[in-house]
Design a protein around this ligand. Sequence first.
Ligand SMILES: [Zn+2]
Length: 411
Amino acid sequence: MRRINELEINGFTDLRKSLKPKFRNYGKRPTNCLIKPQPQKKPKMTHIRHQLHRMAELSGNEKHTHDFIAEHLRELCPTHLHTNVGGYGVVAAWLTTHTAPTIALRADIDALPIKETLDKDYISATDGVSHKCGHDGHTAILLRTAELIHSLKPHCNTILIFQPEEETGQGARKILDSKILKQYNIDKIFGFHNLPHYDTGCVVIKHNTFAAASIGMTITLQGRPTHAAHPEKGINPTMAVAQIIMMINQECANLSDNPQAVQATPIHTRIGNIAFGTSAGEAQVMYTLRAWNNCNMTATLLHLENEISKICLQHNLTHHIEYCEAFAAVDNSAAEVETIHRAAQKLGMPIQWIDTPFRWSEDFAEYLKHYKGAYFGIGAGTDSLELHHPQYNFNDEIIEPTARLLVECLS
Ligand SMILES: [Zn+2]
């Protein structure tokens, strides 16, 4: 079993000194020019992150990532290690006593169907699949946290959740449905995401809603096709589609204009098929809806369903509505936000409070329906490319400070 060496467990300040060693010796020339400069060895966790990056796997297919995580955790002697949780999830527990609080920390592990264009020696080995949201980095952070838990032995019971299928919004629910977490009486849970455009290592926090609720809505209208020469003999859904689009546009608003609103983004519309001799007989309209409040979302969906029914009745159409990729809003608890705040202060990390929730969604919200907890952001650097950009790459400099922060949240 490997012991953590002194440099790795020194403080955050010392680690920050080691972030950019190449700048410290700038201007000094080697005294013996015959000595070839040795390629710098990657720090252990950076190497692990690059290995995870290379094995990028889509949501629901994270088998190798799962095995890799489980193998590393086994070396760190958790009291319990659960594999294949809700698919390819891994849950590790370090239990101390029944009286100690139980705190869960969660990282997501899946990649995206995006072709990578990075010029690195660790680019994704799978064509068309890559870590463009930084979940490779999140996994490395939680593995480093596991190392720290193993060496520092915090007083509380700790549960680490390595969650698959975040990108499709299914992983958290599958982990919860597995009932593995039930046996641990979790008191609180923390999750995090790297944030491009924020200073490297800056802790981004917010009370109440941190990220939006969202849902995919598909409205299918069924009429009757007929010959294009006699459209009056069929039931063409085109005018109903137009009315539905206008109605949704009126009922919804951009979140930047009205924080209480539900934002509806049209993503796809189809009427009939490409056949010039046929009057269309069916149609589909698809939207992504977003809100910063779960109640607003539910109320708006009911209202839209009502209005759609009225329009369809008016046009003699039948219809049905399907929903997919539903995410609740990430609703932070006040005490747990304060825990992150205090931990960041103690470590001397920069802190940024934000006023407006993020418009993206996170299935971490599912855990917050069951446990008190908080989600925070960690700055990936102002020069970092956007998440999901084909050239985005996780900033390795934030692995250590984020792991330290998570451990500090356990005290
Ligand atoms: Zn992500």
